[in-house]
Design a protein around this ligand. Structure first.
Ligand SMILES: [Zn+2]
Length: 229
């Protein structure tokens, strides 16, 4: 991974070297700030803070890399899901909750005058369309919510992963995940009664056969999501 220098990519390697040096310098400064010249008498505080700083620095590097890549600008027009043509409407920042922490991404934005909605090709590519949660953050919420209550999940995620999500956010997304899995289970049931997948993310919304009927009549999840950017 580090052996590209001297192979015709001096500019790229130079930038990478600069970034590596800047990250190393920031880490050294943070370690010095954490430990300093004093006696270490609270190692738990140091290791907790070290994790927070490491995640923040990695998050900054990921955001820097993604924001430097403007290939999500696909030109002045792009096909919309409604069948219309969406026009390029500039770049829009949006802050996402991700595993390393909050990341603000600068994304190309397209606006469709036919269905009056907008979309970001990058959000779609990253699996973060119509949400402010990254895939890893959403997975962590689902795992925590399957094992404890929404309040407990919020506290657990903050304590173990440094992830700041309110209990209401846990509730909303855990239930959405449960509905998706429940709908999936219903589809499997209707296509093959011998194979039933388990909705393990949120047992409280695991479907009964009567709920399957209600779920099948419900509008797709994306229909309500598309009103939000
Ligand atoms: Zn449209």
């Amino acid at each position: 991974m580090r052996c590209q220098a001297g192979r015709g990519q001096a500019g790229h390697a130079g930038k990478k070297g600069g970034l590596d040096a800047a990250i190393a310098e920031e880490i050294e400064a943070e370690v010095e700030r954490l430990i300093g010249a004093g006696v270490v008498d609270d190692f738990q505080a140091i290791e907790t803070e070290a994790r927070r700083v490491a995640l923040r620095i990695m998050g900054q590097a990921v955001a820097h890399r993604l924001n430097a890549d403007r290939s999500d600008d696909r030109g002045p027009w792009l096909s919309c899901a409604c069948g219309g043509e969406a026009r390029f409407a500039g770049r829009r920042p949006k802050t996402f909750t991700t595993a390393p922490g909050p990341l603000t991404l600068d994304r190309a934005w397209y606006r469709c005058d036919s269905c009056h909605t907008g979309f970001s090709p990058r959000d779609r590519a990253l699996g973060m369309e119509n949400t402010f949660l990254s895939p890893a953050a959403l997975r962590m919420i689902g795992i925590a919510a399957a094992r404890t209550g929404f309040e407990g999940s919020s506290a657990l995620l903050r304590e173990l992963a440094g992830l700041a999500v309110a209990p209401k956010t846990v509730e909303r997304h855990a239930e959405a995940l449960g509905r998706e899995i429940a709908g999936d289970e219903c589809r499997v049931r209707s296509s093959d009664r011998s194979t039933v997948r388990t909705a393990s993310f949120c047992p409280s919304v695991r479907p009964s056969r009567s709920r399957c009927a209600r779920i099948s009549r419900r509008r797709p999840e994306n229909a309500s999501r598309n009103r939000r950017s």
